[in-house]
Design a protein around this ligand. Sequence first.
Ligand SMILES: [Zn+2]
Ligand SMILES: [Zn+2]
Length: 154
Amino acid sequence: MLKLNVREIESAGHLEQTVSVPAEKHRIEMPDDFQMDGPLAVEWKADAFDDEVMVTGTAGTEVVTHCARCLADYRFHLQVRFEDHVPLTEPQVDLIEEIRQALLLALPMKPLCRGECAGLCPHCGKNLNTEKCGCKSGEIDPRFDKLKNLKLDR
Ligand SMILES: [Zn+2]
Ligand SMILES: [Zn+2]
């Protein structure tokens, strides 16, 4: 589906297509923490020049991963652009490698479920996006508690 025939592009001069490629057809592997969920939506345009074919396009897919701050699973849309040049002497253009590299480069280094993810409470471990906990963020150092008691004892 993502292998384009160079002869066809050459004789047409220009070709374009929108395709939805199911996972079992593209076989793009994501790194451990990421999972592609759903088909790969690809839009490409191919133009023939004197000595080469140029293909440009976009590819998008849904990705599931977990948040680096609160550890919850979340899904996001990954959208990339790609470009490929192939000499007219080649029989075909295989877009999958260009798309694979573009997708991998676009993955976030530190995925966050939302920009302002509150993360987990450092004291009790609750997910602060979904629940409140009784812990005070600026908890009093226990050593000061003793001092306070000393004062009261006097
Ligand atoms: Zn989060
Ligand atoms: Zn807490």
